[in-house]
Design a binder for this molecule. Sequence first.
Ligand code: UTP
Length: 288
Amino acid sequence: MKRVRKAIFPVAGFGTRFLPATKAVPKEMLPVVDRPLIQYAVDEAKAAGIEQMIFVTGRNKGAIEDYFDEAYEIERDLIDKGKRDTLRLLDGTRLPAGGAVFIRQQQMLGLGHAVACARDLIGDEPFAVLLPDELLWNPKSPCLAQMTETYEAKGGNVIAVLEVPADHTHRYGIVDPGTVDGLVTEVKGLVEKPAAGTAPSRLAVIGRYILQPDIFPLLARGERGAGGEIQLTDAMAKLIGQQPFHAQTFTGDRHDCGDKAGFIQANLALALERDDISDSIRAFMKTL
Ligand code: UTP
């Protein structure tokens, strides 16, 4: 079985739910406590053994490239001033030479199209996809590492899911479940944003995927789905039955940071885990 070595981060979206902030700053650069969202996703990928990070960007996303580059002036200044601890804060932003690749999605035709843009960079091997605006928080057992374990046992394709309330299923891709084995559910079908009352389960897809390269010819057909977009879910649905396909229920905290309330909640939850600020944040929240 081929190991998962490469990950795609689709970051071309406009982030309209965060305007005006995202007029000039990519959504993925908005900080949760002191790290931009993209850093959490890259750390998760690293923890799962990913060696090459492929960022599918768009216009106005240059800040992401700068972020993973050297910051010569800042680093020189910190070295000169002997501020080693501050310098160490930048460690996670350093990727090995060739470890970060940037390509552009010229037109926002949907998530499936964004993934298809990385086709030639992936080649003929399995790969991961991480949506950075989903902050999946379990530092001891990160989501993609949980999925990699299942991939190594079952092969094929593995997607992360969480059970959502019945009245939320219309917002997500939803799994039609087969056999359940603990946290791993066989996927018999996938439906993108099912109309209220029609969802085959409450297992929602939450922005982490391990996929086989066979998805690329399906995406290349360019078929439009929900919202007129080239949907990743629709292409995945065509692989079901041809290859093993499993859903891994994520154990940990999910914060939907593409949404204002989820983003603020992520900041509060993660701030409460930081020794240097948790007391003052907790005290302040009590005053509200
Ligand atoms: P979203 O639906 O959250 O869209 O995309 P968005 O543009 O980022 O945010 P809003 O809804 O306008 O506020 C989910 C993920 O897919 C990527 C986005 O960057 C995000 O990570 N995406 C979506 C692309 O890269 N290209 C697309 O054409 C569509």
